[in-house]
Design a protein. Structure first.
Length: 252
């Protein structure tokens, strides 16, 4: 698509799952699964991988994917994307995380549509379906303004917090209340992307370890599109096992 690029930020080291992007799944590195998925579901979008270590280039170059070496000192994936886009020059950038092997075409198109409106940044969310996931700090929550669908806050904590239940919610409560899981995919207008790189990491961002909070802390709105197509983000080794189970199910 004219003016667009998908840029995937790739960091070799990971605290919760060391070197997870190189983790082998059914004979291929996780990063290669993501690359092949993106090429299949969104072939009309130029695709680039912003890497911080030459080791990440091997599974990508084998498939003919574009890699851009970026600084290893970036505080977030968005900072890494901003550096990469200085060379690419895209007007709109879609950011897919390198640990999202089930990203779908609907996700990419929803982000592309949202970022051409009036908010300089867009992201995705989906409804939680069970209380266990809602309580999991590795699954990020987002609360939205009801009318505008703009993000009010992102957190690893359970938001909204059910005070009358002392936080003890069940699946039924989750299913009837605005409990949204944030999907780690974004789109940016290039101007905001460049501004982001010049902003200091915010206090809330550093507490929650959520880079999107830097945008809210500096007064910029984030549009949030809802999707009924969740993904399997690979944050910990158990998630890699879930993805393997999904692959096995597809082959049956």
């Amino acid at each position: 698509m004219s003016g667009f690029a998908i840029i995937v930020p790739c960091r070799l080291e990971s605290t919760r799952f060391p070197r997870k992007l190189l983790h082998p799944i059914r004979g291929k590195a996780l990063l290669q699964w993501v690359a092949e998925r993106l090429a299949a579901v969104a072939p009309e979008f130029p695709l680039h991988f912003a890497i911080d270590d030459p080791l990440l280039a091997a599974p990508l170059k084998a498939g003919g994917f574009s890699t851009i070496m970026t600084s290893a000192t970036h505080a977030s994936g968005t900072d890494r994307i901003a550096e990469a886009n200085r060379g690419i020059g895209a007007r709109f950038v879609v950011n897919v995380q390198a640990d999202e092997p089930l990203v779908g075409r609907s996700h990419i198109l929803a982000l592309a549509k949202a970022i051409q409106a009036d908010a300089p940044m867009a992201t995705l969310a989906t409804r939680f379906t069970n209380a266990a996931d809602f309580r999991n700090p590795n699954q990020v929550k987002v609360v939205l303004a009801e009318a505008s669908r703009r993000a009010l806050y992102f957190s690893r904590s359970c938001i909204p917090f059910a005070r009358d239940r002392a936080g003890n919610v069940d699946d039924a409560w989750i299913g009837t209340n605005p409990c949204y899981r944030h999907l780690g995919m974004y789109a940016y207008q290039a101007d905001l992307l460049e501004k982001f790189a010049s902003l200091r990491p915010g206090t809330l961002e550093q507490i929650e370890k959520l880079e999107q909070l830097r945008v809210l802390e500096n007064g910029y709105p984030i549009a949030c599109e809802l999707t009924e197509d969740p993904t399997i983000g690979v944050d910990v080794p158990d998630d890699a096992h879930r993805f393997e189970q999904w692959l096995d199910h597809q082959r049956q």
